[in-house]
Write a protein that binds this ligand. Structure first.
Ligand SMILES: NC(=O)c1ccc[n+]([C@@H]2O[C@H](COP(=O)([O-])OP(=O)(O)OC[C@H]3O[C@@H](n4cnc5c(N)ncnc54)[C@H](OP(=O)(O)O)[C@@H]3O)[C@@H](O)[C@H]2O)c1
Length: 291
């Protein structure tokens, strides 16, 4: 039996859907009992908190393969470590870990947190597979969408750094393949880049085209971006983590690589940014302001 953690989250929800599509027996794990009601019809559910060992042990009973994902928060290392400990105690054989690009070489921000969990998992004695995805296409609607809708513009200290965005649905499909045949991927670490790399001005041009309105990217100083995020009420730790990650792209010049790994694992072409944007064009139009 497969356990998909984070089933209410953007990655976990898609992984759950992909595992179901593949016809594998699966249990969806939610942190809140109320969220179990949001599971797709017919899916077995459990609720457990990574911070609560007793609930985790209960959720993990009978589970042999686990997909582990947690929100990008400073407690991620402790929370995912708890899940790894509980999995080992309850006889899980294989964990598929959602990590992040940069975990190999960037000792800051989210990648460095993921790296600590990777190290813990490697020493756990269980089999593992690690996925290190690049920035999600879905981030564009989530993070840039509000100002695109309101002002027809988005702002960041990104200069002309490029990113090979990846669609969460492709990550999910790969994850489902691995969960369905974990032995073939034991001990593997996959760095997952999207099929094309774009700088933000190019993203703005593509959004303009699909949304049928002019959308601009405005390159701003990092200090202005920090202030804007703080003014929006984002916590300091999150602002600094996001800016640190951004420097991985702008200063370290990472994140623009295009590799064949994604399409090799998918066995078919990856979703392209233009497809994602056009499927979600309403999110970039002013009338979607309540979205
Ligand atoms: N965004 C990107 O471009 C990107 C790129 C590479 C890697 N990543 C990594 O991908 C991961 C997942 O991102 P996401 O967008 O799917 O995050 P998300 O939407 O916040 O989902 C995280 C999931 O973890 C669950 N969770 C949080 N704390 C928990 C706890 N104490 N016990 C049990 N479950 C808990 C959440 O449950 P609730 O709904 O109850 O909070 C949610 O289901 C992050 O670790 C991030 O660093 C992101």
């Amino acid at each position: 039996m497969i356990l998909v953690t984070g089933a209410s989250g953007s990655v976990g929800r898609e992984v759950l859907s992909a595992v179901r599509k593949a016809g594998k027996p699966v249990v969806a794990m939610y942190r809140n009992v109320e969220d179990t009601g949001t599971a797709p019809p017919g899916v077995a559910t459990v609720f457990a908190d990574f911070a609560d060992l007793a609930t985790l042990q209960k959720a993990l009973r009978g589970i042999k393969t686990m997909f582990l994902v947690c929100s990008p928060i400073p407690q991620l290392v402790e929370l995912e470590s708890n899940a790894i400990d509980a999995a080992r105690q309850t006889g899980v054989r294989h964990i598929v870990l959602n990590s992040a690009l940069g975990a190999a070489d960037y000792p800051k921000s989210f990648p460095s947190w993921h790296r600590q969990v990777e190290e813990k998992l490697k020493l756990s004695g269980m089999d593992y597979s690690i996925l290190r995805p690049n920035s999600f296409m879905q981030n564009i609607a989530a993070y840039q969408g509000p100002s695109i809708r309101a002002q027809g513009a988005f702002y960041a200290a990104m200069g002309n750094a490029k990113l090979s965005f990846i669609d969460v649905r492709d990550i999910a499909e790969i994850t489902a393949n691995i969960l369905g045949n974990p032995a073939a991927h034991a001990g593997k670490i996959y760095e997952l880049n999207g099929p094309q790399a774009f700088h933000y001005a190019e993203v703005a041009a593509m959004v303009s085209k699909v949304a049928g309105r002019q959308v601009r990217f405005v390159d701003i100083p990092e200090e202005a971006q920090r202030k804007a995020m703080l003014d929006l009420g984002m916590p300091q730790w999150q602002v600094e983590a996001l800016l640190d990650l951004q420097r991985y792209y702008t200063v370290e010049k990472k994140g623009a690589e295009i590799t064949p790994v994604l399409e090799h694992l998918l066995g078919h072409p990856a979703i392209r940014l233009e497809q994602y944007l056009s499927e979600n064009k309403e999110l970039f139009r002013p009338q979607a302001a309540g979205a």
